[in-house]
Design a protein around this ligand. Structure first.
Ligand code: NAD
Ligand code: UDP
Length: 339
């Protein structure tokens, strides 16, 4: 496939890896990002990896004039919409900012796409829309019950997209529900660069292993899981973005509304992740068991069958690769893009 793809949030963690996958697949890439949680250095490094730096527009998805200008300058074939705020705890403290950025921002984007006649969209949703599932593995037809403002923004945008697609049946929209993206490009030059205190497990472990933090706090060991710690479906970011390229190919061929999990189908506990990271890095990861984190669930992993059936995509990288690639990025960029 060829053509120009607009990547909102393309300077961020997943977006920057998506730029590499898209350029490698032959697409021209235009990134729109306000850099509220990212660095333009990531895009320069994408250029070093693939030989082409994505065109970068610094701007906000809520800025209609900016979007109109992007769509009038480029013949955009499809939009990959990653831009948004994503920290669960922060969303509890700042719900209006989350609804404004994630929901209003998506509305402005949709309006600008409609005006420009761009009808292909891949949206970053999240497994968080399922809340605490009754059973695992989680299928796409499970009940949705997000437990945070962040999760509710994702469900709202999913609903808006469904309504919009009913009203506009010539559109093609894919709602991708990601499980837990981890890892980095194998070259070690782009990766996850959390600002401040990492909320997620993998970047926290990596910062302990590299010596920036003394120890990991494990949030609870009394869950009904094999070792008592929380179990998640960690997916290598390169697998995830390859899934996006497959989804993009699919939406460019089929109109309709598609909702697809992107996960591996495997559950990994916190203690299993610590051991895997110690093996991959050769470093000790000291930890202390503390109380459960409010709002956490015991287990969450995907049934990835639909992605295999519709997209002919499945995750291929294992836990060791997730840890090795995270470690390569962390060890060569101990302070992220500021290193
Ligand atoms: P990220 O914060 O690294 O990337 C998001 C990017 O969007 C950043 O570069 C940020 O500067 C930009 N941005 C934010 N608000 C914007 C706005 N109003 N206008 C323009 N740009 C804006 O996050 P990520 O981990 O790469 O996540 C990408 C998407 O995937 C998000 O929508 C997130 O909710 C979703 N997601 C992420 C995870 C995860 O664990 N990383 C899991 C499920 C879903
Ligand atoms: N976790 C932990 N210590 C941390 C961060 C996370 O023990 O510093 C645990 C958390 O309780 C959960 C798992 O690691 O069981 C994954 O957490 P993360 O925040 O990365 O993903 P999410 O809970 O949003 O799926």
């Amino acid at each position: 496939m060829t053509g120009t793809v607009l990547v909102t949030g393309g300077a961020g963690y997943i977006g920057s890896h998506a730029c590499v996958a898209l350029i490698d697949a032959g697409y021209d890439v235009v990134v729109l990002d306000n850099l509220s949680n990212s660095s333009a250095v990531a895009l320069e490094r994408c250029g070093s990896i693939c030989g082409t730096v994505p065109e970068f527009v610094q701007g906000d998805i809520r800025d209609r004039q900016c979007l109109d200008a992007v769509f009038s300058r480029h013949t955009v074939r499809a939009v990959l919409h990653f831009a948004g705020l994503k920290a669960v705890g922060e969303s509890v403290a700042m719900p209006l900012e989350y609804y404004d950025c994630n929901v209003s921002g998506s509305l402005v984007l949709l309006e600008a796409m409609a005006k420009a006649g761009v009808k292909n969209l891949v949206f970053s949703s999240s497994a968080t829309v399922y809340g605490d599932p009754a059973t695992v593995p989680i299928r796409e037809d499970f009940n949705l019950a997000p437990t945070s403002p962040y999760g509710r923004t994702k469900r709202m945008v999913e609903d808006i997209l469904a309504d919009w697609q009913v009203a506009n049946p010539d559109w093609s929209i894919c709602r991708l529900r990601y499980f837990n993206p981890v890892g980095a490009h194998p070259g070690g030059t782009i990766g996850e660069d959390p600002q401040g205190h990492p909320n997620n497990l993998m970047p926290f472990i990596a910062q302990v292993a590299v010596g920036q933090r003394d120890k990991l706090f494990v949030f609870g060991d009394d869950y009904a899981t094999s070792d008592g710690t929380g179990v998640r479906d960690y997916i290598h970011v390169m697998d995830l973005v390859e899934g996006h390229v497959s989804a993009l190919d699919y939406v460019c061929r089929q109109t309709g509304l598609h909702t697809i999990n992107l996960g591996t189908g495997n559950g990994v506990s916190v203690l299993e992740m610590i051991s895997a990271f110690e093996r991959a890095s050769g470093k000790a990861v000291p930890y202390e068991i503390v109380a459960r984190r409010p709002g956490d669930i015991a287990t969450c992993w995907a049934d990835p069958t639909l992605a295999q059936t519709l997209l002919q995509w499945r995750a291929s990288r294992d836990l060791a690769q997730m840890c090795q690639d995270t470690w390569r990025w962390q060890a060569s960029n101990p302070r992220g893009y500021a290193s």
